[in-house]
Ligand binder design. Structure first.
Ligand code: SAH
Length: 346
């Protein structure tokens, strides 16, 4: 199909397009400037120059899953494992609060140590100490009852990328005991319970095709998540995917713009993976339509160990340094960090 400027302008106006249009748009860089300009316009219409910050606390790198792309998969015997105690997590929150963070994101592998009892205990403690903050969890697939208990304990948001919306592709990225069906069920449970939900996928993961990315977009249109996180796939030597190349920076930026146009109100992070593949990746992500950054609040001693992929940035800095550095980067990109909790507008 010959994609014309008129068709792309129609997409920008309506926020949707037919399959052939999306497939063509994913495979050409001819409209990248236009997409970026219009995505930035839409983001400014809705959010002005505001960039939300979320403090990321990587609380465990133990994981019972064996996702083929991920450096902390259980099959990676080289990974040195750690988990943070409740006290350590709370002191990360304390520090974050002092630095102006009003959202804490607890992210980790699927670590059976954090039973509902343990994790609810941690959430309740954070909720009690920081009643004015949002608590976001990113701890993988759990039962509906578990999600409900965590919500009742005080969690408000949950990040769970669907990773890929194609069944066959899902099977190529994950061992047989994992399924897209269950992943999707988790996402819908989270929504039903009342969480603000974040989903997303890796760009350029092994065996991904434009047709699969189109499915990702269609699935997101169905799910209507509050946040959409995408970042380039980055290779890790200690995984079965060590021979595969990193995803494309340019395609990730194009997709951020496309997502902004489809979902004018979405919270779209300029991810750490984007900052890892290019030194100015996060700034470029913001300029392409992203409006969230997630600096690291984890204790410096464990940051190297939370190694989903190689060369991850910001592993050496204290939280305060990260905060300061991002402040600069966001400003240099033409935006400003806001510290209020930033509830989703619709
Ligand atoms: N265990 C949690 C958190 C996963 S880590 C969960 O299952 O949701 C957060 C995200 O990092 C994942 O959803 C995945 O999309 C991304 N990720 C993992 N390995 C990666 C890699 N090699 N390159 C880029 N992103 C990766």
């Amino acid at each position: 199909m010959a994609l014309t400027k008129t068709i792309v302008e129609e997409f920008i106006r309506t926020g949707d397009m037919d399959d052939a249009g999306f497939l063509a748009l994913l495979q050409t860089d001819a409209f990248d400037e236009l997409l970026k300009k219009e995505a930035d316009r839409i983001r400014r219409e809705n959010y002005g120059e505001d960039v939300y910050i979320r403090g990321l606390i990587e609380f465990t790198n133990y994981c019972k899953n064996n996702c083929y792309y991920c450096g902390i998969r259980c099959g990676n015997k080289k990974a040195e494992r750690y988990r943070l105690s409740q006290e350590e997590i709370l002191s990360c929150c304390d520090e974050g609060y002092r630095l102006g963070f009003r959202t804490f994101v607890l992210q980790g592998g699927e670590d059976p140590y954090y039973t509902d009892e343990v994790l609810c205990g941690i959430v309740k403690e954070i909720r009690g100490r920081f009643p004015d903050c949002a608590i976001t969890l990113s701890a993988g697939e759990r039962s509906r009852e578990s999600y409900q208990a965590l919500f009742d304990a005080g969690a408000n948001r949950y990040l769970l990328r669907h990773e890929t919306a194609d069944d066959v592709h899902y099977g190529k990225l994950h061992p047989a005991e994992m399924s897209l069906k269950n992943r999707k069920a988790c996402l819908f449970h989270l929504k039903e319970i009342g969480y603000q939900v974040g989903s997303g996928f890796m760009v350029g993961s092994p065996y991904q095709t434009p047709e699969i990315i189109l499915k990702d977009l269609r699935f997101l249109q169905e799910l209507k998540p509050d946040m959409i996180g995408i970042g380039p796939y980055l290779t890790h030597q200690d995984t079965p995917f060590r021979e595969f190349e990193n995803g494309s920076f340019e395609l990730t930026l194009r997709l951020i713009s496309i997502l902004r146009i489809i979902f004018p109100w979405a919270l779209i992070p300029a991810t750490t993976a984007l900052g890892t593949i290019r030194p100015d990746g996060r700034e470029r992500g913001l300029q392409a339509g992203a409006n969230v950054v997630m600096p690291n609040l984890s204790p410096v001693g464990v940051r190297e160990l939370y190694s989903l992929y190689e060369n991850k940035i910001c592993t050496g800095e204290e939280a305060a340094q990260c905060r300061g550095c991002l402040e600069q980067r966001v400003r240099s990109a033409g935006y400003r960090i806001v510290t209020h909790i930033g509830n989703v507008k619709r």
